[in-house]
Ligand binder design. Structure first.
Ligand SMILES: Nc1ncnc2c1ncn2[C@@H]1O[C@H](COP(=O)(O)OP(=O)(O)O)[C@@H](O)[C@H]1O
Ligand SMILES: [Mg+2]
Length: 296
């Protein structure tokens, strides 16, 4: 199917549209253009961005919902600020499938509650192997898309496309990836991510002392708090929503942890992520939480 026919089909029957494809296959570009065309046709749309590494809506390490009805000129920049977030805690789905699937499902439910006839769900390029297939299968089970749009390059997507045909009632639109797409290098992807983190923290951060009892998962007794220095955390409002992300800072002089974040209001609990960064967005590497907690 060509792009134009796909847009027409989706605009004729507004519903939940799940975009699937490897990295750099044109998913996000397609999703934004679809929402733009929906707006022009008077259909209010939402984007649920389930990309945790190359985020469009909200900072990396989160999934984000953006209701697009109020946006005058729809560009990637205009989507940066989310209406609702879900914390995943890492920049890759690997090892974090549960918060990714649960968070995406919650945001799609929110968009449905808001009465959006069209909900575009953008996803990571993690589509292969047992875990990639499992991730997309469970995403389809919870999101219940009316349409799956598959961006195919070679045969890499065949297992997922087969699964969507056999295991879901969604209509599957198969598109060939545009030849002209330039695939970005790992460095370009990293620098894009750093910028996304930076622009999130650039709105001005506050610092405040946190009690060791506010975390999820709960810290074990006698826990060495130094180990959490520079860890990304999600800030939860106690009603099931994530209000933002921040970074922990360890104060050695008095042995306590401080939060560094642009968001200060409405925080009741902190969820531990599993990567460390500085507030310039530079990665300081992943953290194995089970090892830190000496836990299963
Ligand atoms: N149909 C297209 N023709 C040419 N270039 C495209 C097309 N769609 C996307 N691109 C370009 O390819 C790159 C990757 O697109 P993107 O939508 O971000 O992919 P994904 O979300 O699948 O990773 C971007 O630089 C984008 O501008
Ligand atoms: Mg994308």
């Amino acid at each position: 199917m060509d792009l134009e026919r796909a847009y027409d089909r989706l605009l004729e029957n507004p519903g939940v549209v799940l975009l699937l494809g490897g990295i750099d296959t044109g998913k996000t570009t397609f999703g934004i253009e679809l929402v733009r065309r929906a707006a022009a046709a008077g259909i209010s749309a939402a984007i649920v961005d389930a990309e945790v590494g190359q985020s469009t809506v909200g900072p990396p390490t989160t999934v984000g919902l953006r209701l697009c009805a109020d946006i005058q000129e729809l560009t990637r920049e205009s989507l940066l600020v989310a209406d609702e977030l879900g914390f995943v805690g890492n920049i890759t789905p690997r090892g974090h499938l549960l918060p990714l699937v649960a968070g995406t499902a919650r945001l799609v439910a929110k968009a449905r509650e808001a009465g959006c006839p069209m909900i575009v769900v953008d996803t990571t390029g993690y589509t292969s192997g047992i875990n990639g297939q499992s991730l997309k299968y469970h995403k389809m089970q919870t999101v219940r898309p009316d349409f799956v749009v598959a961006f195919e390059r070679g045969g890499e997507l065949e297992p997922i496309v087969g699964i969507s045909h056999r295991f879901t009632p969604a209509e599957v639109l198969e598109l060939d990836v545009a030849q002209e797409i330039d695939v970005r290098s790992a460095e370009e992807r990293m620098s894009f991510r750093e910028q996304q983190f930076q622009s999130y923290f650039a709105t001005g951060t506050s610092r405040w002392r946190v009690k060791p009892t506010v975390f999820m998962p709960t810290l074990p007794p006698e826990f060495d708090m130094r180990l959490l220095d520079a860890l990304v955390v999600g800030m939860e409002d106690g009603k099931g929503s994530c209000v933002g992300i921040g970074v922990l800072e360890y104060d050695a002089s008095e042995d306590f942890l401080r939060m560094v974040s642009p968001v200060t209001e409405g925080v009741r609990g902190l969820r531990l992520g599993s990567i460390k960064i500085d507030t310039d967005g530079r990665s300081k590497g992943p953290v194995d939480m089970r090892y830190l907690f000496r836990s299963e």
